[in-house]
Design a protein around this ligand. Structure first.
Ligand SMILES: [Zn+2]
Length: 312
């Protein structure tokens, strides 16, 4: 009975130990497998993330390519827009021969007070449209190339004043003579060309000179200089400044009904709007094949506000 009880007990123990062993083995297997499973899960995750990154990369490449294409196509578009604005086949005809353009509106753009920081840009715009103009310059330091470029590109280089100081120019006859000589010498020294066209500071009708204005006209005559005024004012030097649209409008209105339009504009460091206006003027007249932009020459109609008074 006792041994039966004993054997029953050891059986029970054995069973418990077995269960215990299985439990340990099970736990061990569980704990060994779990990290492996976790690792497999992680590997899967990494693989998936890699795939995602690859996808994103391809998308980025595609996007940047379409961006590049977009930019390229907008550049093409803007080129196309410019092309429509600037008809490459169309340039304004140029000739100093007035008879050749008898039935044309002959426009003489004149720019006073230069050269300036914008002279090259101004010359570029004139070039772009095949237009010629006239510059009435001052003695400005640091613009040697601009004086020469004006002449080389077929424009007329006239003179305006040495330093544009009214009291120097109009204070006395001697002052006037010095001013004229100084600017002529200056230009001749820079370009090897003696100027023949002159524009009075303030125009020939200015009332600053208190002496007899005939003295001034006589002196210019003596020096072989022809003075040129204007019959269209762009008003680009109006105090406070006009917008490019207003300046262009003044010019476009001013040329209406004229066969010879001499336009007063400025080439100055504070007048970039004059160049912007010029672009509008050219674009507005581009379709007109009865318009020419000419440099002032001896063949041009000479516009003068005040003439020498002859005794009669
Ligand atoms: Zn001036």
């Amino acid at each position: 009975m006792e041994s039966n009880e004993n054997s029953g007990l050891s059986d029970f123990r054995k069973k418990r130990i077995k269960i215990f062993k299985r439990l340990i083995v099970g736990t061990m297997i569980f704990f060994i497998t779990l990290p492996n499973l976790f690792c497999i899960f992680l590997l899967g995750l990494i693989y998936k993330t890699n795939e995602n990154i690859k996808d994103i990369n391809t998308q980025i490449v595609q996007l940047s390519q379409t961006e590049v294409e977009k930019i390229a196509s907008t550049e093409k578009k803007s080129e196309a827009v410019n092309d429509t604005l600037v008809d490459n086949d169309f340039v304004f005809k140029v000739s100093s021969d007035k008879e050749e353009y008898e039935n044309y509106t002959r426009i003489y753009l004149t720019f006073d007070d230069g050269p300036s920081q914008y002279t090259n840009e101004l010359l570029d715009v004139l070039n772009k449209y095949g237009a010629k103009a006239t510059f009435f310059v001052l003695a400005q330091d640091g613009y040697d190339e601009e004086y020469i470029r004006i002449l080389n590109e077929g424009h007329t280089l006239g003179v305006h004043s040495y330093k544009h100081v009214y009291s120097d120019v109009y204070g006395s006859l001697e002052g006037f003579e010095n001013d004229v000589n100084n600017i002529c010498d200056f230009v001749e020294q820079k370009t090897q060309v003696r100027p023949v066209f002159y524009r009075f500071p303030g125009g020939s009708s200015n009332t600053i000179y208190k002496g007899d204005k005939n003295e001034l006209f006589d002196y210019l005559d003596q020096k072989g200089l022809v003075y040129i005024d204007w019959n269209v004012a762009s008003n680009d030097s109006t105090f406070g400044g006009l917008s490019k649209g207003q300046i262009a409008n003044n010019v476009l209105k001013g040329i209406e009904g004229k066969s010879d339009a001499v336009i007063l504009m400025h080439d100055a460091n504070d007048k970039h709007s004059s160049i912007e206006a010029l672009d509008i003027i050219f674009q507005s007249l581009q379709g007109r094949d009865d318009v020419v932009f000419l440099p002032i020459t001896e063949n041009s109609e000479i516009i003068q506000h005040v003439h020498k008074k002859t005794e009669e």
